[in-house]
Design a protein around this ligand. Sequence first.
Ligand code: ATP
Length: 234
Amino acid sequence: MLKVEDLNVHYGAIHAIHGVSLEVHEGEIVSLIGANGAGKTTVLQTITGLIKSTSGSAVLDENDLFAIEPPKIVKLGMAHVPEGRRIFSQMTVAENLEMGAFIRNDNDGIEKDMDDIYGYFPRLKERAKQLAGTLSGGEQQMLAIGRALMSKPRILLMDEPSMGLSPLLVKEIFAIIKELNKKGMTILLVEQNAKMALSIANRAYVLETGNMVMSGDAKEMLQNDKVRKAYLGA
Ligand code: ATP
């Protein structure tokens, strides 16, 4: 479904991403793990067109993502839940969700999807009229996910959904990611929380200082000595 090949990204003179390749097949959860600064966010932002690559390709189905403007990428069925959530803090919860549907004009469908999202996240329903900036960190993460879902994506790119959340909330968010996947959503998950990311993924990739150093079955990686030492505190 998504295929990234030989990606190179520079920030000025800094060569941040070195020939990275990855694939996400329909129906999978694929995790991209790595330490702080390894380049995970850069990879996601390059796929979604927020950062320009120096070379390489990213293809969604048959579509060359580097030849398409970001709003069109959403129309192709790819949504991004950005690092730090980036919700619209001066808008209400409901308005944030409506913004997520900006590419759509099927009002009945939009209303139904909003109901579905309130089903996933009852706390958002209770706070529908509240300004998003006044939500807790966990609620903001729920809103960022909900907003992305409002574009009716087929593939969701999630950047550090566990960041800044309590262990309990992390569990809650990951349970929802799993449920979304069960209902058919394909997911590329970027995480520093390697344990959680590997435990819900089908496959995973490990990024170290801009280089892809390992890939494979996520459950096997959980048992891998090198991964355990470097990323699971074993
Ligand atoms: P984190 O989990 O901390 O967000 P990450 O794995 O997502 O880390 P990136 O944010 O992609 O890593 O950063 C990869 C490298 O690129 C880092 O060395 C970082 O300092 C550098 N970098 C990121 N953004 C910029 C920028 N705008 N200008 C210059 N260098 C940058």
